[in-house]
Design a protein around this ligand. Structure first.
Ligand SMILES: Cc1ncc(COP(=O)(O)O)c(C=O)c1O
Length: 459
């Protein structure tokens, strides 16, 4: 039955009546009303009034190959016709899940030779937490259960992933599990503006060592970290940070879990940011989002030999998994997405052309007195807004007002036909990896217009 077209107001009212959105203040949405997105193609989406936006956020940092690639639709349709679903629980498997596992082992860093499938980044991080704790139990060190993560980290929103995330408002809403600690993140703009990058990198890594020693190395199971902190505001660590972190993890026998949910599948100009940042001896790697370019839900934990060997040899049954682990349709779509990323040279283009171009264009925004810092890494970029970049005074003295201001900035961007993400005092960009240089010009020019408008709001 074809539905009669609805007006924007009708969509918004029905949305308010029935749909509880993720990470939303429901009362605030009553006044603001949702933006109804109805169509996407390439780097653009359209709303229900026909307005076009350049999506500077790639959906939610996931639509790496852009919207509307019908090859992915065809891959899904073919797989649905062949085998729409089967479980992987009871000594069963399916060809797309096996083929994708081979492919993932091939493109991820050496030593990550096994794949555990889930459906979201949150579930991947939950899985990683259970694996590290199970690993140390099986290795006869049951006291090694404490996990260290970082402030402003985002690892997802299930109870365990929320507990791993370094976001106190989530902890206050029951995202808590025992023995998870947080250390400061390598956010030089806040914690080390007066230091050289390398010196700060050593200092920030030492925060991990201090905490391991304070807790007792015999109790510390793992360290969880995103290569670039995404939902924490596009925070890029000093170049030497992860080399130092690696040394500390090895020295105290702490497993290293790298969350590449945003940074994977080309976002930083390499298949994985672990390659870019030379993060060595990764024990577990969480991947999601760009694995299917967001066309279907899928995530995975890449499991290093050390943990996999123990789980296989000593583990017995691993009491963990999901109905849709290794879903054949999601896996078929992921394979097609990876083929496109590879064969069309999309990641090389980010590394060699569009990533440096975005960086160069974004840096020009620093001329505004309201810009304290511009950071970028491949197709992740962030602008740190301040009241005055001479003094670096924050745009407001409490988080509620800061967020009100940066949401106003986002609205100015929407008026200009671009989608950006406000995070605290930061404006974040994560465009599709296929964005062209003229589209980057459009994005940055419109951000400049929004900055000019913002000057009036902030006075
Ligand atoms: C680094 C990181 N890890 C985990 C997650 C959670 O992923 P999901 O929303 O698919 O559960 C996100 C989501 O933005 C993320 O950025």
């Amino acid at each position: 039955m074809t539905e009669i077209a609805r007006s924007t107001t009708e969509w918004q009212q029905a949305d308010l009546d029935n749909y509880l959105h993720p990470f939303t203040d429901y009362k605030a949405l009553l006044d603001a009303k949702a933006l109804v997105i109805t169509r996407g193609e390439g780097c653009y989406v359209w709303d229900s009034d026909g307005n076009r936006y350049l999506d500077g956020l790639a959906g939610l940092a996931c639509v790496n190959i852009g919207y509307g690639r019908t090859e992915l639709g065809r891959a899904a349709a073919a797989q649905i016709a062949e085998l729409s679903y089967f479980n992987s629980f009871f000594k069963s498997t399916n060809p797309p899940a096996v083929r994708l596992a081979e492919k993932l082992v091939d493109i991820t860093p050496a030593g990550l030779n096994h794949v555990f499938y889930a459906n979201s980044g949150s579930e991947a991080n939950d899985t990683a937490l259970r694996m590290v704790r199970q690993y140390w139990m099986l290795e006869g060190q049951p006291e090694k259960q404490t996990v260290i993560a970082r402030e402003m980290a985002y690892h997802g929103s299930t109870v365990a992933a929320g507990a791993l995330s370094g976001m106190p408002p989530m902890h206050e809403q029951a995202a808590v599990v025992p023995d998870v600690q947080h250390i400061q993140c390598p956010y030089q703009f806040q914690y080390g503006r007066d230091m050289g990058e390398e010196e700060f990198g050593v200092l920030a890594a030492r925060w991990l060592e201090d905490r391991v020693l304070k807790t007792g190395p015999e109790k510390v199971a793992a360290f969880f970290a995103e290569p670039v902190q995404g939902a924490g505001g596009g925070k890029i660590p000093p170049r030497n940070y992860f080399a130092e972190i690696g040394k500390i993890c090895r020295k105290y026998d702490v497993l290293l879990v790298i969350d590449e949910v945003i940074t994977g599948f080309g976002r930083t100009g390499k298949w994985f940011a672990s390659d870019l940042m030379q993060i060595e001896q990764v024990d577990l790697m969480c991947i999601a989002k760009g694995i299917t370019s967001g066309y279907l839900p899928l995530s995975a934990v890449m499991v290093g030999d050390r943990v996999a060997d123990t789980l296989v040899e000593k583990g017995g049954e691993f009491f963990h998994g999901f109905t849709y682990s290794g879903h054949p349709v999601s896996c078929a779509v992921a394979l097609e997405n990876i083929r496109i990323l590879d064969e069309e040279g999309i990641i090389r283009q980010v590394a060699g052309v569009t990533g440096p171009y975005l960086n160069q264009r974004m840096k020009a925004l620093s001329e505004s007195p309201l810009v304290g810092e511009v950071r970028s890494c491949g197709m992740i970029a962030a602008v740190e807004l301040v009241r005055d970049n001479e003094t670096m005074e924050p745009i407001a003295d409490n988080m509620e007002d800061i967020e009100r201001y940066t949401e106003a900035f986002r609205d100015l961007c929407l008026e200009q036909g671009i989608i950006v993400r406000p995070i605290g005092s930061t404006i974040m960009l994560c465009p599709p990896l296929i964005i062209s240089e003229p589209e980057i010009d459009f994005l940055v020019d419109k951000m400049q217009v929004a900055l000019n408008g913002f000057e009036k709001i902030i006075q």
